[in-house]
Design a protein around this ligand. Sequence first.
Ligand SMILES: Nc1nc2c(ncn2[C@@H]2O[C@H](COP(=O)(O)OP(=O)(O)OP(=O)(O)O)[C@@H](O)[C@H]2O)c(=O)[nH]1
Ligand SMILES: [Mg+2]
Length: 331
Amino acid sequence: MDVTQLAEQVIAGNRRALARAITLVESARDDHREQAIALMEEVGKSGRQALRLGLSGTPGVGKSTFIESFGMMLIREGLNVAVLAVDPSSSRSGGSILGDKTRMEMLSRERAAFIRPSPSQSELGGVARRTREAVALCEAAGYDLILIETVGVGQSETVVAEMSDLFLLLLAPAGGDELQGVKRGIMEMADLILVNKADGDLKAAAQRTCADYAGALRLIRKRPQDPMEFPKAMTVSAIEEHGLEAAWAEMNTLIDWRRENGFFDARRAEQAEYWFGQEIRHGLLRQLEREPLKSMIAGLAGKVAGGEITPSHAAADVLKALREGYGPSGP
Ligand SMILES: Nc1nc2c(ncn2[C@@H]2O[C@H](COP(=O)(O)OP(=O)(O)OP(=O)(O)O)[C@@H](O)[C@H]2O)c(=O)[nH]1
Ligand SMILES: [Mg+2]
């Protein structure tokens, strides 16, 4: 594969090249990984910057419907939109986005839209790292806005927040007065909370829920990257397409403020450091799964279980072998 040529095609906005490039970065093969690293360096030269929007919400809250309506609105404004997903369970479900293309029927037919399901890997770390590179590829390909969707199940929100400029939390109207058990950590990540389904019978409940969350947000420690009034909670209706323009205006207000005050670039720099650390950790873990360490660990595990050696001692032996260059049989 000619990586330089592929990079040129991606930067030229060739959709098939973009799809091929994403397939390359998703590959787990070692030779592909080397090509992917070279590719990412090449496309980085485009110097383009998109707005990266993370979007999280529990199943059924209306993420797909929101992406369809919101994406179509942006396209009407003349923007190009890419949609990616981080879904560690996609190996089971066959991909959250493709599974419900029916809910993004209009968007998926638009030339100004590019939709890509989550890579099918069972481990969140793998999915996350590949999606981060897919984001950078879409950025180089000239998309103005990249939406990164995730189902709100534990760790995946953090991963998406670490590759987004803005993190949106989509919520449904609560039945009673409970705050839907949204974890504090997730609330703290949100830049904008959107209470969806503010229409018909659900409208009043959505407004109450929104007020509850606005109150909860005020109790959260003030973050330096936020101007007055942020983070905010608002109501929207993805189906009736209400509140989407207002939400988009708020996103732009926040992003403009962060750009002017240096927080936008600072956040991207922090994220680059974060992913650097993640790549190292992942690489180290992979070494443990390879020979000769793999066999060494398996052997020691038996001895630990049998009480012949303590867990700490066995681990120290493995780490020593790692430090000394993969143990007696060498790399
Ligand atoms: N009343 C109302 N219903 C909505 C709205 N948005 C989505 N829904 C409905 O909520 C249900 C779930 O919507 P989806 O868009 O598939 O939700 P999702 O968050 O993508 O769900 P998963 O992909 O399963 O995580 C569907 O029946 C939608 O029609 C809205 O604004 N108002
Ligand atoms: Mg969906």
